[in-house]
Design a binder for this molecule. Structure first.
Ligand code: MOS
Length: 697
């Protein structure tokens, strides 16, 4: 098995290496790339939710002084590959959702581009659209697989028989809302097409992976990888929305090709992001539980209905955590999709696990109440010895320890069967479990070189604000056995070796593994006293990938909710999470990841909600004035703790990935605390006053 690194720099909390640049405003983001004489794009978006563009009148736009190009479905270049319906921009006059890209204006200034885009007159043959998600639709279908390649349905034992014979059963339907990623830095691309030779494209794109980004652009435009460079040293957040390129990247590339030699900039507005950069599907989750009087589950089932766009299927893997979370001899998960006239949904922090840990974790709370069992104990009673789905032993699983330590830190033992009243406020405590799979991508390569008397590790990895700039040097230093101060890294450029996407909480696990292989090879080859220019390269070692164990991070989250007895106003003064996430590389940046995830989970529970107007086929609250996100004032005391967990199986660092687990289970813990406070069970997110008031009496 993997030789674990001896932690020296690992486990320390050096400050962010990119911190000063960001605080001083000198870290260069995609839109700010200093380029000579840039032109600016503004997209033209469909104003019908379904139909066909019959004509585009660009005369008024083109008449404006300074407009350089207007591209429409009728004059845009034909793409080499249109198999991805999201990327096939301006190839067909058909409109599949409101806000879809149907044109772009390029002009001397961004203001002019916007003005000209407004002056483009579009005629449509409009058709009736359908964007209503419901579990009763007769056209729900079973996708071939769910993201990224899980089985759509699973069944073990006989859930129906267990439901018919168990001492206690429960069946409820839970719903999660539509949510949009809103990273601080909106999506942006600067594109430069150099017409010399065979042509060379440079993209400064805000992305979670320069190499996957390049691969997609090459496929769509029929380019060789050595014709394209993608650069992205800094990302102002992504959460999955920059994990794959979206249509605007193809639009910017197309615009740059129309103006060879001229750099072209495209920055999405916050409003455009609600149409064009992905979102989390709403889900409808039917949960069934069967148990004996001691709470031991005999059946757990989750049947999910969710949506996809028609131009590109995305099937969120909402049922996946139910397959492995608890011991139950009978288990069933299913996924059904409604294909609607809606924008393309995609990744948002912990796709699958995040919505999938809502319904079942609330249902467990309901079962605990029915049985009169403490919800912490109910989870412990159902702790599986091995992964219920695969039968494999866990690489490490410390959910019980997380629950116990969390309960102790939180003061859970003082909790009674009902919450209490404090003046005008109803106070309650809730708990839920967290989980996220530990992943390592198959491909990544790193170089290690001795240069100017320093060690340099190069890999095309992305730091979305997660801390990669800071923690990859820690890993490299330990793998080389040198001082952290003697190590530099270079990231975020396809000129460096191929790196996997910063997604699935796999970045550190994957890139750190490649760096470790390269560093160990360097030591072996050059000893302790290298010479200038000595260099090695290393790939993620597939032979070293353990597949004998089921590898997951686990956690437990505890919430205190206070609900105003008269107004229903909800406050969360305390949120405490305890996690088993393997070895923590850098406690400072790790804490930030975990409390960031927990805050986003609180936000999902109480604030965020893309209110989809099914008459128009668009998100009504498509800006940050009305799409509410939890802010500092909404978060009271928030603590993330972790166990001293050692896992020899996952990778050389012993790390499990921390970007996503923090958002899983949080919303259930909030709902459970609100129920404990008020007796009102809200099964549909977000928990808003209107859902509580009728029950407050
Ligand atoms: Mo994350 S949704 O895997 O970028």
């Amino acid at each position: 098995m993997t030789g674990l690194l001896e932690p020296r720099a690992i486990g320390q909390s050096p400050v962010r290496r990119d911190g000063e640049l960001k605080v001083r405003g000198t870290a260069v983001y995609a839109m700010e790339t200093p380029v000579e004489n840039p032109a600016y794009c503004h997209p033209v978006q469909a104003t019908v939710a379904r139909g066909r563009v019959t004509a585009v009148d660009t005369a008024a736009a083109e008449a404006l002084d300074g407009v350089l190009a207007v591209l429409t479905p009728f004059n845009a270049e034909r793409l080499a590959d249109t198999s991805d319906g999201e990327f096939a921009v301006l190839q067909e006059p058909d409109v599949a959702f409101r806000g879809q890209l149907i044109g772009v204006v390029v002009a001397e200034t961004s203001e002019l581009a916007r003005q000209a885009a407004d002056a483009v007159r579009v005629s449509y043959a409009e058709q009736p659209h359908d964007s209503v998600l419901s579990a009763d639709r007769d056209d729900l279908y079973k996708p071939d697989q769910v993201n990224p390649s899980f089985e759509t349905d699973t069944a073990e034992g006989d859930v129906a028989a267990a439901m018919a014979t168990a001492e206690v059963t429960l069946e409820h339907t839970y719903e999660t809302a539509m949510y949009h990623n809103n990273p601080l830095e909106p999506h942006a691309t600067t594109a430069l097409w150099d017409p010399a030779g065979a042509g060379f494209l440079t993209l400064w794109d805000s992305t979670q992976g320069v190499h996957p980004d390049r691969a997609a652009v090459c496929q769509v435009f029929g380019l060789d990888e050595d014709q394209v460079r993608v650069v992205c040293p800094y990302v102002g957040g992504g959460f999955g929305s920059k994990g794959q390129p979206h249509a605007h990247v193809m639009l910017a590339t197309m615009a740059a090709r129309a103006l060879p030699g001229r750099p072209v900039k495209l920055a999405m507005t916050r409003q455009q992001m609600f149409f064009l950069t992905g979102y989390r599907t709403p889900t409808i989750q039917r949960v069934q539980l069967a148990a004996d009087h001691r709470g031991r589950l005999s059946a757990i089932a989750l049947d999910v209905v969710e949506q996809t766009s028609k131009v590109k299927e995305f099937a969120e893997q909402t049922g996946v955590p139910t397959r492995m979370m608890y011991a139950s001899p009978s288990r069933r998960t299913t996924h059904r999709l409604a294909a609607l006239d809606v924008p393309v949904n995609s990744w948002m922090r912990a796709p699958g696990e995040c919505p999938g840990m809502f319904g079942p974790e609330v249902a467990l709370d309901e079962l605990a109440e029915t049985l009169g069992i403490d919800p912490v104990e109910l989870r412990i009673v159902n702790e599986p010895e091995v992964d219920p789905e695969t039968g494999k032993p866990w690489s490490s699983r410390h959910l019980v320890e997380c629950l116990r330590e969390g309960a102790q830190r939180f003061g859970w033992s003082s909790r009674g069967a009902r919450g209490h009243r404090d003046g005008d406020w109803l106070v309650g405590l809730g708990v839920a479990s967290s989980v996220y799979p530990t992943m390592r991508q198959a491909q990544s390569t790193a170089n290690v070189r001795f240069e100017n008397g320093r060690y340099v590790a190069e890999i095309g990895a992305a730091d979305l604000g997660t801390g990669a700039w800071t923690i990859l040097p820690q890993i490299a230093a330990d793998a080389l056995g040198v001082d952290l101060a003697d190590v530099d890294v270079r990231l975020g450029d396809t000129r460096y070796p191929t790196a996997s996407v910063a997604g699935g909480s796999s970045g550190t696990n994957t890139w750190g593994s490649a760096i470790t292989v390269a560093a160990r090879a360097f030591r072996e080859k050059f000893g302790a006293d290298p010479r200038e220019g000595d260099e090695t390269s290393g790939d993620v070692d597939q032979a070293d990938q353990d597949d004998e164990h089921a590898a997951y991070a686990f956690g437990a989250q505890f919430v205190e909710a206070r609900v105003n007895a008269d107004t229903g106003e909800i406050r969360v003064p305390r949120l405490i999470g305890v996690f088993g996430v393997g070895r923590v590389i850098n406690p400072r940046t790790a804490r930030s990841q975990l409390i960031g995830g927990m805050t986003m989970g609180l936000s999902m529970a109480l604030h965020e909600n893309s209110a989809f107007d099914t008459r128009l086929g668009q998100v009504a609250n498509h800006d940050l004035a009305e799409y509410h996100i939890t802010v500092n004032a909404d978060v009271g005391e928030i603590e993330a703790h972790w166990l001293d967990e050692h896992d020899p199986y996952v990778n050389a660092m012993g790390s499990k990935g921390i970007g996503e687990i923090g958002i899983t289970g949080t919303a259930a813990a909030v709902v459970n605390a609100v129920h404990h406070a008020t007796g009102v069970r809200v099964r549909s997110l977000p928990v808003t006053l209107d859902k509580l008031l009728p029950g407050l009496g």
